[in-house]
Design a protein around this ligand. Structure first.
Ligand code: NAD
Ligand code: ZN
Length: 361
């Protein structure tokens, strides 16, 4: 086993480390700081599917800490990010006699991280949280930065809290069992990070394409660490999303509309984001920014992501985003002046939006 990549998230007294590598689960104890007094129990909230596939390895890693481990398995899927499931978890924590200094480990994808994180943020007004992400999306994005949330029937992520983890342990060997669709969805977020960051992540993606698609663990370690670093930089700049953190929504305004009108089962999040980024590229070019449509198409194509074929007519999509509460102050889109130079564009003429959308329809 190689030494993991180590990133520091610098947020004053909320700073923490991110470890990326393979074979980290069975060494989890090395990456968890247990205070000398105060920890009696570790509460593990695990995605049930992940638990079956990788639970033994995490348990082995945690056994070295010599504390009691309690586990709660949640049903895989977005529907677990619910009031009902959060309530069940709060009551389970009360029943296990977890105390304030006892950590909660969220072990799974973004769903587990958001739900487990929200429960950790609220139970006892906040317990220490350790993220152990097992999807590519969660390793480069969701597990980092402290946003936690559950959904309501009225909408996604409507109830939540900022609660930074104490550590993030991203074991890329877990990605071997990730279904292709989920892997490709994660790649869309990696490409998003590459497009909004001035570093050369796009070059790395191009050079390592074969090895990444073959899920070679050394290539995945480098890729995840580099993509996570983009998120870290943005979170350090803007922890509570007052400004630049919104750049992480690149491609997401159209993506959310497509997911809403198509139903979340019709199109994966990653494919929707891919089309959303192509749309943004066309929009930028039409507004006189650098024309990077070809670069967008090439990187998305290379990883099996969509570059068009949104399907719905413009009116349907425009309706959906006008109903989106986030945008009531006028539609805002993240666009690029050039690769690695995002900005927020407002008041884009309707005709320009329509024409850019037609290019990805
Ligand atoms: N908090 C944030 O900043 C943030 C950022 C982006 C997304 N999110 C949230 O993340 C969620 C999506 O996360 P996701 O894409 O990871 O989905 P997910 O957590 O639903 O996981 C996807 C599927 O993969 C399975 N799975 C997970 N790890 C696996 C593994 N190693 N092997 C095999 N199967 C595995 C799960 O059981 C599930 O069926 C959404 O709810 C979204 O709102 C949060
Ligand atoms: Zn996303």
């Amino acid at each position: 086993v190689n030494d993991p990549e180590h990133l520091e998230v610098d947020l004053g007294d909320r700073s923490y480390s991110i470890f990326v590598g393979s074979g980290l689960l069975e060494r989890a104890a090395e990456y968890i700081d247990i205070p000398e007094r105060g920890t009696e129990v570790i509460a593990v909230v695990a995605d049930a599917a992940v638990e079956v596939l990788h639970g033994d390895r995490l348990r082995e890693g945690l056994a070295h800490l010599g504390v009691r481990i309690h586990e709660f398995a949640i049903e895989p899927g977005e529907r677990s990010k619910s009031i009902t499931e959060a309530g069940a978890l709060w009551r389970w924590l009360a029943g296990t006699g977890v105390h304030r200094n006892d950590p909660l480990i969220a072990f799974g994808g973004g769903v587990t991280g958001d739900l487990g994180g929200f429960v950790a943020a609220t139970y006892h007004r906040g317990m220490p949280l350790i993220q152990v992400p097992t999807t590519l999306l969660a390793q480069v994005d969701a597990a980092i930065g402290g946003k936690t949330a559950i959904d309501l029937p009225e909408g996604k992520n409507l109830v939540g809290a900022f609660h930074q983890p104490r550590a993030v342990i991203a074991d890329v060997s877990t990605l071997q069992t990730l279904p292709d669709t989920a892997f490709v969805t994660g790649l869309a977020e990696v490409i998003k990070h590459a497009l909004i960051d001035p570093g050369d992540l796009l070059g790395l993606l191009g050079g390592d394409r074969e090895r990444v698609l073959a899920r070679e663990e050394q290539a995945l370690t480098t890729l995840v660490a580099r993509a996570a670093a983009v998120k870290v930089r943005i979170v350090e700049e803007d922890e509570t999303e007052q400004g630049t953190r919104a750049f992480l929504n690149y491609g997401h305004t159209l993506a959310h509309a497509l997911e809403t009108v198509g139903g979340y089962e019709k199109i994966t999040h990653g494919q929707a984001v891919a089309i959303g980024m192509m749309f943004a590229a066309h929009l930028g070019a039409a507004l006189g920014e650098a024309d990077r449509v070809a670069e967008h198409r090439a990187s998305l194509d290379a990883f099996g992501l969509a570059t068009g074929g949104a399907g719905f007519d413009y009116e349907t999509v425009a309706d959906a985003w006008k109903r989106d509460k986030k945008y009531e102050a006028g539609m805002r889109f993240v666009l690029l002046h050039d690769l690695g130079r995002p900005f927020i564009a407002r008041d884009i003429p309707e005709e320009t939006l329509r024409r850019a959308y037609e290019a990805v329809r």
